[in-house]
Design a protein around this ligand. Structure first.
Ligand code: SF4
Length: 291
């Protein structure tokens, strides 16, 4: 049986950057806390925990003083930085540069829009860490939409600047954009060509993988998609593979693999999310080869 690893799978640039920053901080021998799991992948979190990285939640963070806390790739709202300053916490900054740039874009837009009765709209998942960080740039006045019916929250008689969580599906974002445009046009108070500003902030590190994964998934009899169950882009990219190859299985570790999946199959493709470490994908390949 032929077993092939997708050449593009493994950490995206932002997650790789965050993990390298964590490893460097841990080399100093000092205890480092990570505000939330550094990556949506339990195996990688376990590996970094063995090097001394301690994951904490926001309640625990608020009680800390005089220590080092890593901000993961998803970023954090301004409130987190004020708490750190007040409690003499040294921030180890590992926000993905792409997210950081979007945060400052939203902040600048909000400063202008709030003077002109404008609204910041973010298309994303409720409660997702990146979204919380983005809404924080608007003093939590931004409007979060996660589906088409949420567009009812928007006042179409006021200007709108639309942004998107980096890991949302590009086609879905384009549909939401079109819906907002049409609703603004229908209401006829404002011309959407001038009063709807759209920033397509879907990250290329995710969206570029979609067409590539479709080809990869079609080329193999069975696909093993390796991802933490919490990973938003993992669920999305798994669905992309499953849509073209029904014999696609989502696993987070080799223990979840069933031998029967490979009965009568000649080729297996192994791929993963932007939060799946390459070493884990390689371990899965080694495991499949032993079956
Ligand atoms: S998916 Fe894109 S924005 Fe998100 S961490 Fe990776 S590189 Fe950064």
């Amino acid at each position: 049986m032929k077993v092939e690893i997708d050449i593009k799978s493994g950490f995206c640039f932002g997650v790789r950057n965050a993990v390298e920053i964590a490893e460097k901080a841990l080399r100093d021998g000092e205890k480092v806390f990570s505000l939330g799991p550094i990556v949506h992948n339990d195996k990688e979190v376990e590996r970094l925990a063995s090097l001394g990285l301690v994951s904490i939640n926001h309640d625990q963070f608020r009680k800390l003083k005089n220590c080092k806390v890593l901000i993961r790739a998803h970023g954090e709202p301004p409130e987190t930085y004020s708490t750190a300053e007040k409690n003499n916490i040294t921030i180890v900054e590992a926000t993905c540069p792409i997210v950081k740039k979007m945060q400052s874009g939203i902040k600048d837009t909000w400063e202008k829009y709030k003077m002109n009765n404008g609204q910041i709209v973010i298309y994303g998942k409720p409660g997702h860490a990146e979204v919380i960080g983005l809404l924080g740039q608007t003093d939590n006045q931004g409007i979060l939409i996660s589906n088409s019916s949420d567009t009812d929250k928007i006042d179409f008689s006021r200007p709108v600047a639309l942004f998107c969580q980096t890991t949302m599906e590009l086609n879905d974002f384009n549909s939401v954009k079109e819906l907002i445009y049409n609703k603004m046009k229908e209401q006829g108070v404002l011309d959407p060509d001038h009063n709807l500003v759209v920033k397509s902030t879907v990250c290329g590190q995710v969206s570029n993988r979609e067409p590539h994964l479709k080809v990869f998934a079609r080329e193999h009899d069975v696909i093993i998609f390796v991802s933490g169950k919490e990973s938003s882009n993992g669920r999305m990219l798994y669905a992309v593979c499953k849509s073209v190859n029904p014999d696609t299985h989502l696993v987070s570790s080799s223990e979840e693999i069933e031998k029967s999946w490979f009965d009568g199959k000649r080729s297996v493709g192994i791929c993963g999310a932007t939060s799946t470490p390459r070493w884990l994908i390689e371990n899965i390949k080694d495991f499949v080869l032993t079956l």
